[in-house]
Design a protein around this ligand. Structure first.
Ligand SMILES: Cc1ncc(COP(=O)(O)O)c(C=O)c1O
Length: 326
């Protein structure tokens, strides 16, 4: 019989799917690494499990312990699934701009969820960075995951996502394009691919209101780049340790409106019902058109599932209210 011993064994080995209509004007083959096939419906299952296993191995996480994390939802889902199988408690701290579906989903898998204001400085005691850190210090037998600076995040993608993409493209990949939040995906996959072939180009998708693009281009952390934005999952107002700027060849920024519109277009034109950062990623890839030639094989990674955005990017009333559609 062929079966997984528990749900965690189904993480990874996701398909690579050709994008057809949206990329018609590009000269190259564009393939999507389709991460919603993971059991928690996002790429984050991979790094959640690796972070837990590494913390178990060196004693940071002990039997019966409480896992604490600041998460926009997907990492929380991955951690919660692993916590259920392995017998841990979870407390997640989220920013209030995240969609309600994400909070409900985390509660559905047994986590306690605390919601914090989005529009405060990361160092403000009310920010979700500060609250999660404080809870980690106060709650006995707890472990604060810190996906931003926890390098097991990058390691997970170096060990699984990167090799999968390399093997699925039979080493023919020329460009990797992906949204950047904690940086784990781009750094782990990018490092693996460049070790196989240093000519592979790695492009990050950033958003307006985030510091990444300017920092990469100038080395300046410019606070003037920081302001609230709507796009979920990508861009930051901090420099996470998981972003390895040296392996990234460039960033392109996508507007909130374009990210939202292209999230709808992926569903309507390709049958790909995906999250908001997938819309940003495909639009960013189209912005990079001049980078690609006929024989290129471009892989774009799509992080999460559309079901988490039915109240926003898949709700036409919300889209109209935001001025994104007529
Ligand atoms: C929906 C979504 N897209 C993109 C990202 C960015 O991925 P990474 O944190 O690996 O840079 C995240 C991370 O939180 C996410 O949840």
């Amino acid at each position: 019989m062929d079966y997984a011993k528990n749900i965690l064994e189904t993480i990874g080995n996701t398909p690579l799917v050709k994008i057809n209509k949206l990329t018609e004007d590009l000269p190259c083959l564009v393939l999507a690494k389709y991460e919603t096939f993971n059991p928690g419906n996002s790429v984050k299952d991979r790094m959640a499990l690796t972070m837990i296993e590494d913390a178990e191995a060196d004693g940071r996480l002990k039997p019966g312990g409480t896992i604490i994390e600041g998460t926009s939802g997907n990492t929380g889902m991955g951690l919660a699934l692993a916590a259920i199988v392995k017998g841990y408690k979870c407390i997640f701290v989220m920013a209030d701009k995240q969609s309600k579906e994400k909070t409900d989903i985390l509660r559905a898998v047994g986590a306690e969820v605390i919601v914090c204001p989005t529009d405060v400085d990361p160092t403000d005691p009310r920010s979700y960075y500060s609250v999660s850190k404080r809870l980690g210090e106060e709650i006995p037998n707890s472990w604060y995951v810190n996906q931003y600076d926890n390098l097991s995040n990058t390691k997970a993608h170096y060990q699984s996502t990167g090799p999968e993409i390399w093997n699925q493209t039979e080493g023919k990949i020329t460009h990797f394009v992906v949204g950047v939040g904690t940086g784990g995906t781009i750094s782990g996959v990018g490092r693996y691919l460049k070790e196989q072939n240093p000519d592979v180009k790695v492009w990050g998708i950033d958003t307006y209101g985030s510091v990444f693009k300017k920092y990469h281009e100038t080395g300046i952390f410019d606070e003037k780049e920081i302001y609230p934005y709507v796009t979920e999952g990508i861009g930051e107002d901090i420099l996470p340790k998981n972003v390895d700027f040296d392996i990234i060849d460039g960033f392109t920024k996508v507007t909130d409106k374009d990210a939202a519109v292209y999230t709808q277009l992926l569903a309507k034109k390709e049958g790909m019902f995906l999250g908001n950062s997938a819309g940003a990623a495909i639009k960013g890839l189209l912005q990079l058109k001049e980078q690609f030639t006929k024989d290129d094989v471009v892989v774009v990674l799509f992080h999460d599932h559309g079901s988490r955005y039915v109240g926003k990017m898949f709700n036409d009333e919300w889209m109209k209210k935001m001025g994104y559609i007529d």
